[in-house]
Design a protein around this ligand. Structure first.
Ligand code: PBG
Length: 330
């Protein structure tokens, strides 16, 4: 061990000015680290605010293009799109998810034709499409794993055909990465990237998202504890990641973000694969509302992103992406 003894060692020497602090900084947040999630709603003509996510909107099929233009101009190179579908199209099996000309496919098509360079991440899970709000097929109060896999594989193919660059399964069924990879490969989509929500916890921090996509009432008092992970577990997250890599995932993700930074760091250390984090809706809501009320300085936003980079995340899905670039000159 090197001796680090006062007074020959004074760690405050490197904290004397912003310049020396920045020069000795171990990590930094840049534009290249940010992915903006975007909500698109079927049948909406302009945009509408999401009450539990101040500053975030649902966009219609046309107005979303204007929004993406702004995102693009700010230098953000990836978005994650989430559909809010017409409630009359929801059913117990989420059949709408596998229809070729469904809403999200149309939106993907128009985004990619106008912004071919923008990387578009499409979520794979049935919850926007099921009348019970679960990510899989529900029968007799049980989520059926293997039957759901077929639907997820088909949903992934539909999204790939529509132009999604990155297929992102967020459903947490066992074995889904393998069947999706196989389906994509069989259909000449071997270059499509799979971003697996590998360590996705059963979290209350998703509340505002479920408002945003109108799945909260569908889910009611039911919860996702039979497929999403127990917040108490970290070794299990390593198992989830190992399986997903083995099955063909290119990038793994941890979700939620800030309460699970230890998981990001462990995954990075153990597997050394590209690892993303999702700073989810509830994290956004807490921070944003506190900043709006003046309870917290807006510097907490960049501080929260820095914590992801420090933990080892390569990129972060964050509702703050646009704001970060505007407010902090990234
Ligand atoms: C759907 C999905 C969820 C989120 C992303 N994809 C919600 C859930 O699992 O209930 C949450 C994102 C957020 O809270 O910002 N499977």
């Amino acid at each position: 061990m090197i001796s680090r003894k006062y007074p020959s060692t004074r760690l405050r020497r490197l904290r004397q000015s912003e310049s020396i602090i920045d020069l000795t900084s171990e990590c930094a947040v840049t534009k290249n680290d940010l992915i903006q999630p975007v909500f698109v709603k079927e049948g909406l003509s302009d945009k509408e605010p999401i009450e539990s996510m101040p500053g975030i909107f649902r966009f219609g099929e046309d107005s979303v293009l204007k929004e993406i233009e702004e995102i693009n101009q700010l230098g953000i190179r990836a978005i994650a799109i989430f559909p809010v579908i017409d409630p009359s199209k929801k059913d117990s099996k989420g059949t709408e998810a596998t229809k070729r000309d469904n809403f999200i496919s149309r939106v993907l098509g128009s985004i990619k034709s106008k912004f071919p360079e923008m990387l578009v991440i499409a979520d794979v899970a049935l919850d926007p499409y099921t009348d019970h709000g679960h990510d899989g097929i529900l029968e007799n109060d049980e989520i059926l794993n293997d039957q759901t896999l077929d639907v997820l594989a088909e949903q992934s193919l539909v999204l790939a055909e529509a132009g999604a660059d990155i297929i992102a399964p967020s459903d947490m069924m066992d074995g889904r990465i393998g069947v999706i990879r196989k389906k994509l490969d069989e259909n000449n989509f071997e270059d499509k990237i799979i971003l697996s929500y590998a360590a996705k916890y059963n979290s209350k921090f998703y509340g505002p998202f479920r408002d945003a996509v109108n799945s909260k009432n569908n889910l009611g008092t039911s919860d996702k504890s039979s497929y999403q992970m127990n917040p108490a577990n970290s070794l299990e997250a390593l198992n989830e990641v190992a399986m997903d890599i083995e099955e063909g995932a290119d990038i793994v993700m941890v979700k939620p973000g800030m309460p699970y930074l230890d998981i990001i760091s462990k995954i990075k250390e153990e597997f050394k694969v590209p690892t993303f984090a999702y700073q989810v809706s509830g994290e956004y809501a807490m921070i944003m509302e506190s900043v709006n009320k003046g309870w917290l300085d807006k510097g907490v936003i960049i501080e929260s992103l820095t914590s992801f980079k420090r933990a080892g995340a390569d990129a972060v899905l964050t509702y703050f992406a646009k704001d970060l670039i505007k407010e902090f000159n990234l």
